[in-house]
Design a protein around this ligand. Structure first.
Ligand code: ADP
Length: 487
């Protein structure tokens, strides 16, 4: 680690943030945060107990009434100030994410920009929450539809986008007038702690955002989800955990937003601009070292152009620079841990055993940290696990099709439905794909779609609810209808 990294890490808070104060976990226990590029411990942080989780909820509940009563303009300005502070501290935030998560620094900077936009977007949305007013059809009364903060909200976030996944939930909640408890992933708690400090600097009142870092995700979460004072759960993570959380939320009929797994198809028709398709494929597959729920998981390529696409993409992938994310020119950092490496290796072995050809990569890299070579597979057979499961690693798997109907059938052949990517020059076909592909989002001739101004979310087992856009704030608002008779 460099002197700059050491100084930055030493300055990041490492306690729980509850009621506006930095406090130790009950019993003073801590856990280690690692740099996945080296395996080195970079910081110890507080390991919250279930009691600490409840204390965090107590504090969110205590702050709810006054935060909801705070003028939308005042809430908006705190969010705006937080966005400004994120710009000022962008380099620190990016470096911190690279150290604890492994993504290349240039991508970490991209995440700071993208994640920060949620603060700015929802600072603008905070003052634009409107209802409706009109007479009833009978003409006997007035109907008022108004929007109200849903109340204390609990957020569980993953490690792959440590900053953006937090802002995507916190910003709309604050804009709507809800208080929050955030539980970041065990692998990447530092970014959330750093962000909590920025929110406090931005003038956020005590108790409105609370952060509990822990190694006991389920032991902390279950009592919070069961607590009738909690009014909203928003989770981003795997579909398996999401299912369990939805089941727990059923007991109190808790409102949920779920951003779960994906298995994105990347369909390239034979009329596509192949230069653009190659660039889009690289972004959709290798951004974040393949560890994104929006990552292209299955490349479904027209058989006439499949070989040319495979050759061109293989040349680009074979030339990728692998290393610690802080090194100049690195595009492939480490995976989050050794289990992730083992999973990528297993999926590649299964596909190869079923006849796939490894065009480049295909092995674990022998160096400290959790590295797997960027890999291209062609001729991936139906039934291969890699087509069914989320890869979450730098492996690009190519299958082929001949007709549009077959492409659609293959693309939709998954229980997931988060995002799809389609490359075609045919406008009418593009529109048909918007109708026919069962996903919540689509990139038509583009490999990255995320934007704070757009509703992010999936259909089928990719989740419920939307984050960002006009829709995002409504996840934190409850609609109330009032009838006032005319006489
Ligand atoms: P990933 O594959 O991205 O690690 P997970 O779904 O395992 O996805 O983790 C996402 C988040 O969910 C993390 O913050 C993790 O600590 C949390 N988590 C995992 N299991 C549970 C659980 N049973 N209850 C509550 N939170 C959980």
């Amino acid at each position: 680690m460099t002197d700059r990294e050491n100084a930055l890490l030493a300055a990041v808070p490492n306690q729980l943030f509850i009621g506006g104060a930095w406090v130790d976990a009950t019993g003073g226990t801590t856990f280690a945060v690692h740099d996945p590029a080296t395996g080195q411990v970079v910081r110890e942080v507080a390991d919250a107990t279930p009691d600490d989780g409840i204390r965090a909820l107590d504090s969110a509940v205590a702050a709810q009434e006054s935060w909801a009563a705070t003028a939308p303009r005042a809430r908006s300005e705190i969010l705006r100030r937080a966005w400004e502070l994120v710009q000022e501290r962008a380099e620190d935030l990016a470096l911190l994410m690279t150290v604890e998560m492994g993504k290349p620094l240039v991508e970490a900077r991209g995440e700071v920009a993208y994640g920060g936009e949620f603060l700015r977007w929802f600072s603008e949305e905070a003052v634009r929450v409107h209802g409706r007013y009109g007479s009833n059809p009978e003409g006997t009364g007035q109907m008022i539809v108004s929007q109200h903060p849903v109340g204390p909200s609990y957020f569980i976030t993953p490690w792959n986008f440590p900053f953006a996944m937090a802002t995507r939930k916190i910003a709309p909640a604050l804009a709507a007038g809800c208080t929050t408890v955030l539980k970041p992933a065990e692998a990447t708690p530092l970014t959330s702690l750093f962000f909590a400090q920025l929110l406090a600097e931005a003038g956020l009142p005590a108790g409105v955002v609370n952060v509990v870092t822990t190694t006991s995700a389920s032991r902390i979460s279950a009592p919070l989800i069961a607590d009738p004072r909690l009014r909203k759960l928003s989770f981003t993570g795997s579909t398996g955990v999401g299912r369990k959380l939805i089941a727990q939320a059923a007991d109190t009929v808790l409102r949920v937003s779920m951003e779960l797994g994906g298995n994105a198809p990347f369909v390239i028709f034979d009329d596509a601009d192949l230069d653009k398709a190659v660039e889009g494929a690289l972004a959709a597959k290798f951004r974040n070292i393949g560890q994104a729920c929006t990552a292209a998981n299955r490349f479904i390529v027209h058989e006439r152009i499949a070989e040319e696409f495979a050759e061109r993409i293989t040349a680009r992938v074979a030339a990728m620079r692998i290393g610690r994310g802080t090194e100049e020119g690195v595009t492939i950092g480490p995976l989050i841990d050794d289990d992730a490496v083992a999973k990528a290796a297993e999926l590649v072995a299964d596909a190869a055993a079923r006849g796939a050809v490894v065009r480049t990569g295909g092995t674990r890299i022998d160096r400290p940290g959790s590295f797997y070579e960027p890999t291209v597979l062609t001729g991936v057979a139906t039934g291969s696990a890699i087509l069914r499961e989320e890869i979450f690693g730098p492996v690009l798997a190519i299958t082929t099709f001949t007709t549009e109907d077959e492409a659609v059938r293959l693309a939709n052949d998954t229980e997931y439905g988060l995002v799809s990517y389609v490359y075609t020059r045919d406008l009418a076909r593009g529109h048909r794909m918007i109708d026919r592909l069962e996903t919540g989002m689509m990139g038509l001739n583009v490999g990255v779609v995320s934007n704070a101004a757009a509703p992010f979310g999936g259909v089928k087992q990719s989740g419920v609810g939307r984050e960002g856009g006009f829709e995002g704030i409504h996840e934190y608002l409850a609609t109330k209808y009032t009838l006032i008779p005319n006489d």
